[in-house]
Write a protein that binds this ligand. Structure first.
Ligand SMILES: Cc1cc2nc3c(=O)[nH]c(=O)nc-3n(C[C@H](O)[C@H](O)[C@H](O)COP(=O)(O)O)c2cc1C
Length: 209
C-alpha cells in the first residue's frame, strides 16, 4: 500500500488541462491500486510561509544550533511541516502547466519550502550532496500552449521538464513516467485529438506502473 500525493500546480480549476490529465492518471491509479491512500497539495491554496531573509536567518540559527529565538524556531517549524507532508508520500503526481517556459511561481515557492536540509537531502564534506527520498516515484503531467515533445522543434527552450527532473533527482525521487497534453494552442479538432491521446497515455501509464 502506497501513499500518493498529488501536487497540483494549476490555478485553472475545471478548465485546467494539466489537472484533467492528472485526474485521468489518478482515476486509473485508484483502479489499479485500490488500497493506496491519497492526498492533494494544491500550491494555490496551501499556506506557504515566505522564504525571505528572516526565514533564511531562522534556518541557519536552527540548523547551526546557534541561539535560535522562539520565533525563529516557530518560523522554521512552519517550513518543516510543509516539507514533512511532502516527504511522507511514496508516489508523487504533479500537474504542471508551463508558465514562461518554466514552472508557475507558486510551485517554485512550494519547492523552495519543501526542499530542506536534513528533511529530504543532506550534505557532508566526505559524501557531498545525498538524497534522502530514494525509492520514491514521481509521475509528471504537463500542459503547454507550445509543442515541446521529442522531435518537435520549438522556437524556445523548455525549462519545465529539465527543472522537474533535476529537482526530483536531487531528492532521490525517480521520474517513473511523464505525459503531456500539448500543444493546446491549436484548432479545436486537433485539441480534442491531443486531449484524447494524452488522456489515454496517462491512464495506460497509471495502469502499468
Ligand atoms: C502566465 C502563463 C504563462 C504561460 N507561458 C507559457 C509558455 O512559456 N509556453 C507555453 O507553451 N505555454 C505557456 N502558457 C500556456 C499554458 O502552458 C497552457 O495554457 C496550459 O494548458 C496551462 O495549463 P493548465 O490548463 O493546466 O493551467 C502560459 C500560460 C500562462 C497563464
Amino acid at each position: 500500500m502506497a501513499h500518493v500525493l498529488h501536487v497540483s500546480a494549476s490555478p485553472g480549476g475545471e478548465d485546467s488541462r494539466s489537472l484533467a490529465l492528472a485526474d485521468a492518471f489518478l482515476d486509473a491509479w485508484r483502479q489499479a491500486h485500490p488500497a493506496d491512500t491519497h492526498e492533494t497539495a494544491d500550491v494555490w491554496n496551501l499556506e506557504l510561509p515566505e522564504f525571505d531573509a528572516s526565514m533564511i536567518a531562522a534556518k541557519f540559527a536552527v540548523l547551526r544550533a546557534q541561539d535560535a529565538t522562539a520565533e525563529q524556531e516557530a518560523q522554521w517549524d512552519r517550513a518543516v511541516r510543509v516539507s514533512q507532508q511532502f516527504n511522507r508520500a511514496d508516489v508523487y503526481v504533479f500537474s504542471l502547466p508551463m508558465w514562461n517556459y518554466g514552472l508557475p511561481y507558486r510551485l517554485k515557492h512550494y519547492i523552495d519550502i519543501v526542499t530542506l536540509p536534513g528533511q529530504n537531502w543532506r550534505w557532508s564534506r566526505d559524501e557531498g550532496y545525498q538524497p534522502l527520498l530514494s525509492g520514491k516515484r514521481a509521475f509528471l503531467m504537463y500542459s503547454s500552449a507550445g509543442d515541446f515533445s521529442e522531435g518537435a522543434t520549438p522556437q524556445y527552450q523548455d525549462f519545465q521538464k529539465p527543472y522537474m527532473r533535476q529537482w526530483l533527482r536531487f531528492l532521490g525521487i525517480e521520474v517513473a513516467g511523464e505525459a503531456a497534453l500539448a500543444p493546446t494552442l491549436t484548432d479545436p479538432d486537433n485539441l480534442t485529438r491531443i486531449r484524447e491521446d494524452a488522456t489515454a497515455r496517462a491512464r495506460a501509464l497509471a495502469a502499468r506502473s
